[in-house]
Design a protein around this ligand. Structure first.
Ligand code: M6R
Length: 360
């Protein structure tokens, strides 16, 4: 059932191209992105969106926030469900709520849905599991269509959450007549991403790098802007299956405390594609290097200068700025997978964790 793979996790990572294809079926028309599930929502007029989720789904929500807020003046507030449900969240007629849960069964996310529904909010659920509880409690459901995910670590479902959230964001923008050449490029990139992933999977080989880095006990993931969530997700993946103390910060926060941790035993994993914040990332990498931390940098193919400041470099294909979280995600997943595997752990069944967290 693992189709020749050693673990479900790596099988599910390699299934990402097909998973994306399923998420896109019927959702890109000639006129642009189209999600029939949201046709009845007044997304033309709302000015606030609250997104609630846990774990990896929360990281996907953060990418959505950076993406949508860049293109339109709508406040997107993202919160982890275990906090959201106990806050006094203000809902009015101009607010939409999106709840993201791969399993559709996460207790805190479900309770958050109930709380806002009592306040009169309309809720759009994004889930992978047909007929799950969240689909029954929400007003509309957008399915991720990733196919079943067995590994405890979310991999292909994170990818599909991103795909569906990009489509949702683009649909909102289109409905409000906010469209641009850049968005057209984003949409094209989404369409082509299954092939881009396939090519990446054919060429990527991180084994040597990983056999070296698996021996460290700490990792600092840093990123900026839309790739700050990528750093969070990279650290979560690594800690949940390899039990390495991985922490993530927006790169600009380093000097407000965390940089004190850095030394040769504490490598920095920098998410540094060639985007509009690249120069800032570069300074943060240099600052980390000055503390003698080893640096692994993920950057864009063709970026030659980075090898003079980073010890190890992983390249991803040049992509539209908005889309880097999508192309970088498989890399941080593969990295975490092989670290765990080489350390002799079973990434499919990490200690202390369950696939769905149905208790508070
Ligand atoms: O099913 P959900 O998306 O609601 O699950 C949320 C988290 O429990 C989940 O993403 C968790 O963080 C994963 N194990 C991450 O790999």
């Amino acid at each position: 059932e693992k189709g020749g793979y050693k673990h479900f996790m790596i099988k599910e990572i390699y299934e990402e191209p097909e998973a994306i294809e399923s998420a896109l079926v019927g959702r890109i028309k000639l006129e642009g992105p189209f999600l029939k599930e949201i046709e009845e929502f007044n997304l033309e007029t709302i000015n606030k969106i609250k997104v609630v989720a846990c774990g990896t789904s929360y990281h996907a929500a953060l990418v959505f926030k950076y993406f949508l807020e860049k293109h339109i003046n709508i406040d997107v507030e993202v919160d982890v469900a275990s906090e959201f449900r106990y806050r006094n969240v203000y809902i009015d007629d101009n607010t939409a709520v999106i709840a993201i849960s791969q399993s559709g069964e996460t207790a805190d996310t479900l309770e958050s849905v109930r709380v806002v529904k009592r306040k009169g909010a309309k809720v759009i659920a994004i889930t992978n599991v047909v007929g799950s509880t969240i689909t029954r409690e929400s007003d509309a459901t957008i399915y991720m269509n990733a196919g079943p995910e067995i590994g405890v670590a979310a991999t292909k479902t994170y990818i599909n959450q991103l795909v569906v959230l990009y489509l949702l964001g683009m649909s909102i923008l289109k409905k409000r007549n906010v469209w641009s050449e850049n968005l057209e490029k984003d949409l094209n990139f989404l369409k082509n991403s299954p092939d881009i992933f396939r090519k990446m999977f054919e060429t990527i080989d991180l084994k040597e790098l990983i056999s070296y880095y698996k021996n460290f006990n700490h990792f600092m993931y840093i990123g900026r802007g839309i790739n700050y969530p990528t750093a969070l997700e990279g650290a979560l993946k690594l800690k949940e299956i390899s039990y390495i103390n991985a922490t993530a910060y927006p790169a600009g926060e380093l000097k407000h405390g965390p940089i004190a941790l850095l030394d040769p035993t504490f490598p920095v994993f920098a998410i540094a594609p060639k985007d509009s914040l690249y120069e800032k990332m570069k300074s943060n990498i240099e600052e980390s290097k000055a503390r003698k931390a080893r640096i692994i940098a993920i950057t864009t193919e063709g970026n030659k200068e980075i090898s003079s400041i980073a010890d190890d470099v992983i390249f991803v294909p040049e992509s539209p700025e908005d889309m880097y979280p999508l192309v970088i995600a498989p890399i941080i997943q593969i990295f975490a997978y092989f670290v765990a595997d080489m350390k002799g752990y079973d990434p499919d069944k990490p200690r202390n964790l369950a696939k769905s967290v149905t208790v508070e």
